[in-house]
Design a protein around this ligand. Structure first.
Ligand code: SAH
Ligand code: SF4
Length: 414
């Protein structure tokens, strides 16, 4: 059975956690909204712009989660800020490291209004030369893709921009990925020295059903004076919400991944039911129109390999025909099993045949190495605490699990 290491965490003291959200967070606000929040709490107008810049630096370059750490902000102002706002991180309920180095956190965010606290999972995947954080956008998902574990969980709610960003900030805390002290002239950690170099919106939820919050969070994550992640290193994966694909291109400008999984409407209607609303023709048109595409900026098409369902060479042929003319790469994802599913992963030989065919037609076709399967961190295995397996079920599941193997190439997003 695979080894699972659970670290002795949570590291935060109770006083650093935010027990409720009575106080609004300053994290996840645009500069404009942060300015308004400061003004409303009594910061003099002539100071607002400068204070926003200071706070932006402390929050997103230095990664502080306590107003008292803001050494160039006067004590009076720090007191005013902490009376009115929070910048606390979520509680870390679980912190697991897979035997392949993949790390998964279960974060708990406090209740909002009449709601209950929510728990979500975030996964870090270290690889040679880069590290990818897989971020969630919703608790659960309203869509019901038949091969996806998250899809069996009802939507609890959309995450706020703060909660989306908090996943990145807290993961960077845990990985020691914020600079310890001021670098000359407040320089930002060079991207090659970072542990998290890439972000993929491929955790729980459909990001384009939470468009505004995802947009705000990603614009902050890519802000050059803050977290400074290049938009080319952020990939948003969608099951195909066509109108919001156009908006993503125009308003966010990050890299796009499409959960394609089938090349004929009849089958895609079953695997990815949103296809009934936005069929393949419309989806592919939106992809063709995505701004800025070139050989260096390709759309990733994700294709889960399901034995005897979508893995024939006929499917591969149709895939190549469908994507003709689109700068694309095709990520083949070996199906990750979960308890209760009726699907099986395609045979390895068949996955390779499929990959070779697509590759010979001129498309990069990396096979995504399953990562963190032993801690249920792999694609489609995420689910929040409210619905996690009982421990015994999980042990039985680990025992039956197929060990993943395969090769990845550098152009894979995860
Ligand atoms: N909701 C978004 C993003 C999250 S899912 C989307 O659907 O694109 C990230 C990727 O994992 C998607 O391509 C999804 O289809 C795939 N996936 C879901 N369940 C899976 C499973 N059990 N095995 C392999 N991949 C899976
Ligand atoms: Fe939701 Fe994506 Fe899973 Fe479909 S594959 S159910 S859209 S999380």
């Amino acid at each position: 059975m695979a080894a699972i290491e659970t670290l002795e965490r949570p590291v935060r003291s109770a006083s650093q956690r935010s027990p409720s959200v009575e106080k609004p967070s300053l994290i996840g606000l645009s500069r404009e909204d942060m300015g308004k929040a400061l003004r409303d709490s009594g910061v003099p107008e002539r100071q607002v712009k400068m204070r926003v810049s200071q706070l932006w630096h402390w929050l997103y370059v230095r990664g502080v989660s306590d107003f008292d750490a803001m050494s160039n902000v006067s004590k009076d102002l720090r007191d005013l800020l902490s009376r009115n706002f929070t910048i606390a991180r979520p509680e870390i309920v679980e912190d697991q490291i897979s035997n392949d180095g993949t790390r998964k956190w279960l974060f708990r965010f406090p209740a909002r209004g009449a709601g209950r606290p929510v728990e979500i999972e975030t996964v870090y995947i270290p690889e040679e030369g880069r590290g990818t954080l897989c971020v969630s956008s919703q608790v659960g998902c309203t869509l019901t893709c038949s091969f996806c574990h998250t899809g069996t969980q009802k939507l609890v709610r959309n995450l706020t921009a703060e909660e989306i960003l908090a996943q990145l900030l807290t993961a960077r805390d845990c990985l020691g990925d914020f600079p310890d002290r001021d670098t000359p002239a407040g320089a930002i950690v060079p991207s090659e020295g970072r542990k998290i170099t890439n972000v993929v919106m491929m955790g729980m939820g459909e990001p384009l059903y939470n468009f505004e919050h995802v947009k705000t969070a990603l614009l902050i994550a890519s802000d050059g004076d803050g977290l400074s992640l290049s938009r080319r290193r952020i990939t948003l994966s969608t099951s195909g919400i066509v109108p919001e694909i156009y908006r993503t291109g125009e308003e966010i400008g990050v890299m796009l991944a499409i959960s394609l999984h089938a090349v004929r409407d009849e089958l895609r209607d079953m695997l990815v039911p949103i296809n009934k609303k936005y069929p393949l023709k419309q989806l592919i048109e939106a992809c063709r129109a995505y701004p800025g595409l070139s050989n260096a900026r390709r759309i990733t098409f994700e294709y889960v390999m399901l034995k005897d369902v979508n893995d024939s060479l006929e499917d591969a042929k149709e895939l190549v025909r469908l994507l003709k003319g689109i700068p694309a790469k095709i990520n083949l994802i070996p199906f990750n099993p979960w308890p209760g599913t009726n699907y099986q992963c395609s045979d390895w030989e068949q996955i390779e045949k499929f990959a070779d065919f697509v590759n010979q037609a001129g498309y990069a076709s990396p096979i995504r190495t399953p990562r963190g399967r032993d801690i249920l961190a792999a694609c489609g295995q995420l689910k929040s605490e409210s619905e996690r397996m009982r421990k015994v079920d999980r042990m039985a599941f680990e025992a039956m699990m197929i060990v993943g193997h395969g090769e990845d190439d550098d152009s894979d997003d995860r």
